[in-house]
Design a protein around this ligand. Structure first.
Ligand code: DX5
Ligand code: ZN
Length: 220
């Protein structure tokens, strides 16, 4: 069944105190830690890479939900697997020719493969990856243009979530970008169960309350 996974985006954390920020989110009730890996090429921002995942892994057993906003995801599979990543979600726009090999290599590194799509990419583009003999285990529907935290949620992306949920009742569907107390009901009622939230969690006076509000919305 599809259970809620609340995944604070560590992009909104104090990177200089990453281990304690991660522990703080787990104490507040987070299920996963969402790690935004960017290469300054696929998106116009540069964040963290393999060495940071490796360092963080030494401080936590948590599920590290890695979102690869990179042009060549295949280059990161083995390094991230060895570093201790849990989920490896690549972009469909960056894997036109090699998604079968990507999925196979992600699984052989002991990670769970997911596929992400940008707001401008049609939902049909991910169907082959979900229906493959060796499929992805999650689809991440971007609800902002990837690259930065703190942007405005795009409600028109909920059509993609609804279509996916109808087609694949037990698929993990993640939404990422602009999620918080004022937008979660749209995403949850459309059928999303994995919820990434950066600024709304880290910016809240009581992040634990926001995390439980997000979870309750998915559960109802
Ligand atoms: C954007 C990242 C998101 C981002 C979300 O490219 O993929 O994970 O951190 O941040 P908020 O929740 O602030 O939109
Ligand atoms: Zn992300």
């Amino acid at each position: 069944g599809v259970t809620p996974k609340i995944a604070p985006s560590m992009l909104s954390s104090d990177f200089a105190n990453l281990a304690s920020e991660a522990q703080r989110m787990l104490d507040y009730g987070a299920d996963w830690l969402h790690m935004d890996i960017m290469d300054g090429h696929f998106v116009p921002n540069l964040t963290i890479g393999t060495p940071v995942i490796e360092s963080l892994r030494k401080h936590t057993k948590a599920y590290l939900d890695c979102h690869l906003m990179v042009t060549n995801p295949l280059d990161y599979v083995e390094p991230l697997g060895k570093a201790g990543a849990s989920g490896f979600t690549f972009h469909v726009e960056a894997s036109k020719d090699n998604w079968k090999e990507l999925i196979q290599r992600i699984k052989s590194q002991g990670m769970e493969p997911g596929v992400a799509l940008k707001p401008g990419t049609p939902i049909e583009d991910v169907y082959p990856l979900v229906e493959a003999e060796n499929p992805v285990e999650m689809v991440l529907v971007m609800t902002v243009a990837p690259g930065f935290g703190g942007q405005k949620f795009m409600p028109e992306m909920m059509d993609k979530v609804r279509i996916l949920r109808k087609k694949y009742p037990s698929l993990d569907i993640e939404v990422d970008g602009g999620l918080g107390p004022s937008t979660i009901d749209m995403a949850a009622s459309a059928g999303a169960n994995c919820i990434v939230a950066g600024s709304s969690v880290f910016g809240a006076p009581e992040p634990a309350q926001v995390i439980s509000l997000l979870r309750n919305s998915v559960e109802k």
